[in-house]
Design a protein around this ligand. Structure first.
Ligand SMILES: Cc1cc2nc3c(=O)[nH]c(=O)nc-3n(C[C@H](O)[C@H](O)[C@H](O)COP(=O)(O)O)c2cc1C
Length: 454
């Protein structure tokens, strides 16, 4: 039996995947865009829609970064509204464990799981930067090194809150006038270095018991966090080789946490460009890349690596000849750290060598090294490639980010999904009602919290 493929749709928003200037591009704030996007995804029987998160507007050179979409509405509010206009598709929200509190987040996810009849998922991210912290009057209160300690404690606490209700406490017997069968539902007490809370959780057990848990960090510690506690990893390793290496690494960590390979799915972010012929797709992909990397965006990407003002740099000339400024990045603020460069000087040297060897201008180099198109071709080639990647354990499926919002997902749903269905590797209809069922993950019983996150 071939592996079944999991597919999801990422409402892309604020990065340069999104070509907001395309005439077909819609709003990134208005609900109609979210509704249309989710309904297209649901028509394709995709597993879930995915929302990323940014808690402060990005800045570069002390100005709001407005080359990409600016602004993003609140995740829980959008997902709750989507629950009302969709029936089956999962609803995944990225929610930070550094700037929130477990009680609030647990209430919101338990509520979303109720409103959606068991379709909620939580992508636990640990972005910690002090710039974002200023919005919460806590600038710099958490060192980078502590982000996963807090995340582990945060998730563990939230799981205890979800599990504080077993599901049989409410009888609501109208004849006898008895509401509760158990006089102490939702009792909890959690004390550790991060949280010291006790009381009664006020949302009764939700259909899934708890949301499906995602993780999206890439560091060694982040991978361990996922191997210990996540159901799904949202990764950035979408090529065959990098995907296989990441897949083997993370699945190989599971036995250490007493878990099996089936308990954790790996779904990289991926983009696509379709054409009637391979040539047409390649040509369109080039046009999209040039729109994603305008001359100004190319210079902005250089500044992010070089960590210095390069506003006078010619994007059609060679790369800067000076080295990046070492140390803390003071030029670009508010970006997910996974997109920042870990060793800027080494990367600058690599880029220079590549540009010289291939005769590339600065902009052409940025087009090459920030490549955002995973699958380019006819629907038949794209379906075959996705299937090949999944069967070769480069992933368990993909989270698709179209470059046009909201309509850019439709060609994939109309042209690629039927071919995957014909190949027998993608569902022709939803079999269950909950996201956990769509993902083929085992059901969680109350009390599973300690085992899942220890
Ligand atoms: C593909 C990808 C996309 C991500 N997008 C976001 C995001 O939108 N918002 C956010 O706060 N964190 C996001 N993150 C996660 C943070 O980058 C992560 O929690 C942080 O980098 C710390 O984890 P790490 O050091 O293990 O990478 C993303 C991660 C990945 C892999």
């Amino acid at each position: 039996m071939p592996k079944q493929i999991h597919l999801a749709a990422h409402f892309p928003g604020v990065n340069n995947t999104t070509v907001w200037s395309d005439p077909a591009s819609g709003s990134h704030i208005e609900f109609d865009s979210f509704r249309e996007f989710a309904q297209i995804a649901e028509a394709g029987k995709l597993d879930f829609v995915f929302l990323a998160e940014g808690l402060r507007l990005r800045e570069q050179n002390d100005r709001i970064y407005d080359l990409d979409v600016v602004g993003r509405p609140d995740t829980f509010t959008v997902l709750a509204a989507l629950a009302a206009v969709t029936e089956r598709i999962g609803l995944t929200g990225t929610i930070n464990s550094t700037f929130n509190e477990p009680y609030e987040v647990a209430r919101q996810f338990a509520t979303l799981d109720h409103l959606s009849d068991g379709r909620a998922a939580w992508n636990v991210v640990t972005s910690w930067d002090a710039f974002t912290g200023e919005n919460f009057r806590r600038g710099g209160f958490l060192a980078q090194a502590d982000r996963y300690d807090r995340a582990r404690s945060f998730l563990q606490t939230a799981l205890e809150l979800f599990d504080s209700w077993r599901g049989d406490e409410v009888v609501a017997d109208k004849d006898r006038g008895t509401f509760l069968a158990d006089p102490h539902p939702g009792a909890f007490a959690h004390r550790d270095a991060f949280f010291d809370i006790a009381g009664q959780f006020d949302v009764p057990r939700s259909p899934q018991g708890r949301p499906v848990v995602f993780q999206a960090g890439d560091s060694d510690e982040g991978r361990d966090f996922a191997a210990a506690a996540a159901d799904v990893i949202f990764s950035r390793h979408s090529t065959l080789e990098a995907g296989q290496a990441f897949y083997a690494d993370v699945k190989g960590r599971l036995p250490r946490f007493g878990r099996t390979r089936e308990e954790l799915l790996i779904m990289p972010a991926a983009t696509f460009v379709l054409g009637d012929t391979e040539d047409e797709a390649a040509e369109l992909a080039h046009e999209v890349r040039m729109a994603q990397v305008s001359p100004a965006t190319a210079v902005a990407f250089l500044e992010q690596l070089w960590n210095r003002d390069l506003s006078d740099h010619d994007p059609d000339g060679p790369l800067p000849s000076v080295d990046p400024v070492a140390g803390e990045n003071t030029i670009a603020r508010g970006r997910a750290s996974v997109r920042m460069h870990r060793d800027p000087v080494a990367t600058a040297h690599e880029w220079r060598a590549k540009a010289e060897a291939e005769g590339l201008t600065s902009r052409e180099l940025i087009v090459e090294v920030t490549g955002r198109q995973s699958f380019i071709g006819t629907p038949a080639t794209v379906a075959a490639t996705i299937d090949e990647f999944v069967q070769a354990d480069a992933s368990d499926g993909f989270v698709l980010a179209p470059h046009i919002t909201p309509g850019g997902l439709a060609p994939f749903v109309e042209q690629v999904v039927p071919l995957l269905q014909e190949r027998g590797v993608f569902r022709t209809d939803y079999e269950g009602t909950t996201l956990r069922e769509h993902l083929g993950l085992p059901l969680r019983q109350p009390g599973g919290a300690a085992a899942a996150a220890s």
